[in-house]
Design a protein around this ligand. Structure first.
Ligand SMILES: [Zn+2]
Ligand SMILES: [Zn+2]
Length: 287
């Protein structure tokens, strides 16, 4: 009796101990990599959308904040740049790989979150989101911030990746954070269910290319740091693949037939885990 209750007790302790240990997370091995760019601007990469940082006398401002399990790692990386408490967070759009740490930074570091109005609407419509994750300052067309001696232009572009996209151009250091209006070296995800469109995406890329020059450093939403030439190559890929799919569609081919036909080998390198050739063709066909 005594022995069995001991073993019961040990078993119960072991069970509760194993329950207390959080499940192995896909974020456990993620490390934050910082790259210093021009002026006050840095790029922080972990997992999810690339984070833009302004670090200087006024403190820290970040553009996007990846996933919540990474919040403490992001804060630690920001601490090395001067403060682990960003005064401002700008969200380029509502997707979880760009807004996941909003609530954590708002609650723990008192950060003020800014975004296009539709980012707030879309975050609010998801029951899983806490009130603290919502942007507290929203805008329609854009807003300027004067921070760390630089001018940040936040521009909204309509119906591209989603219906609430913003990009941020740091004027003096000439750095552009495109959010997911640029997947460098990869087929992009276009969220057709959330107000994104292929035509809007391409026209957003074109209008941004007109605003920048060959000296501009580009932080893409995903993929490595880029130049204007990289963004032009991305636009060419978008237009050429759209034309291929459009002409098949006009010839009466179904989406399944176009997927079977495929694109030309020239575009193989743009295919990646999340958006492979098939998914990209379906987006072009439907979008
Ligand atoms: Zn993204
Ligand atoms: Zn996105």
């Amino acid at each position: 009796m005594f022995k069995s209750s001991i073993s019961y007790l040990i078993g119960a302790i072991a069970l509760s101990a194993s329950m207390a240990v959080p499940a192995q997370s896909r974020f456990d091995d993620v490390t934050m990599k910082n790259t210093a760019l021009a002026g006050s601007v840095h790029m922080l990469q972990g997992q999810g959308g690339n984070i833009g940082v302004s670090a200087g006398e006024d403190g820290i401002l970040i553009i996007d904040d990846q996933f919540e399990p990474l919040a403490e790692k992001i804060a630690a990386a920001l601490g090395k740049l001067g403060s682990d408490a960003p005064k401002f967070i700008i969200n380029t759009h509502f997707h979880g790989d760009h807004t996941g740490s909003n609530g954590w930074f708002h609650e723990n570091k008192d950060s003020t979150i800014l975004a296009h109005e539709n980012v707030r609407v879309r975050l609010l419509s998801n029951d899983k989101n806490n009130e603290t994750a919502l942007p507290v300052i929203t805008y329609q067309e854009g807003v300027n911030l004067h921070f760390n001696g630089e001018t940040l232009h936040v521009w909204h572009l309509s119906n591209g990746h989603t219906d609430g996209d913003s990009v941020v151009w740091f004027e003096e250091p000439n750095v552009l954070h495109t959010g997911d209006l640029f997947f460098n070296e990869r087929f992009p995800f276009i969220d057709l269910q959330s107000g994104g469109s292929v035509a809007g995406y391409i026209s957003a890329v074109k209008s941004l290319l007109k605003k920048i020059d060959s000296d501009t450093t580009i932080i893409p939403g995903h993929g490595p740091l880029a130049t204007k030439a990289d963004y032009e190559a991305f636009l060419s890929m978008l237009e050429e693949t759209r034309d291929i799919v459009d002409s098949h569609k006009q010839n009466g081919m179904s989406v399944e037939e176009v997927v079977k036909e495929g694109l030309t080998d020239k575009f193989n390198s743009w295919s990646w885990g999340f958006i492979n050739e098939e998914k990209w063709i379906r987006t072009l066909y439907n979008g």
